[in-house]
Design a protein. Sequence first.
Length: 240
Amino acid sequence: MSKVASDYIIKKIKSSSRITLGLATGGTPEGTYKHLINDHRRNGTSYKHVTTVNLDEYVGLSGNHQNSYQYYMRTNLFDHIDINQDHAHLPKGDAIDIEMECKRYEELIENIGGVDLQLLGIGKNGHIGFNEPGTSFQSKTHVVTLASSTREANARYFDRPDDVPTQAITMGIGTIVKSKEILLLIAGESKKEAFKKLIENDVDESFPASILKKHHNVKIIVDEKAALSLEKGKIPISVI
Ligand code: PGA
């Protein structure tokens, strides 16, 4: 999955060096970022003119905190490629005025001309970014209270479960679906139910990722473990 995703991203960068990528954090894209770094080292694919905007950031953590997504992005990708880090954007989780920060981030995405290719993961509850079930499909960048299942899923990165922040800033669902193209990555057995629901359920705000069915340019790259829940032949699917 990671190789297919990274090959696709590299192809896009090569055909348009000034591309704006929307990036995600978490376990799912880690392998993809490793492949991008290896390719940069071996083949010299350049990120000099690439702009990036990340989906989300925890409220209350500065960019230097080792659990912040800013830190994740630096250590998992930005420090290992030739991107201009002034062009690599994330919401500021330690902003004094969080509401203003949401507004600033939404405007920033608009001002840079929107996202060309957005990388997404999916939560077990169908969240995209940190847009938990029930979030409006029209939402813009906003502050969210994290679902307890999301805090539990992310506790693996923190010393103590209670250390997981309770809030985050996230691109809204309306922000995400404005992206010209979306690449959704789904991996592992823990995501098989989410994948099944995504394919089989109706488009409904109780399952945020379902909105992707209405987007005109979405590709889903799914590994075998996450795809196992689907009956063969139900959808045209090639399992990696
Ligand atoms: P994960 O998170 O990649 O760590 O599973 C994905 C998500 O919650 O969107």
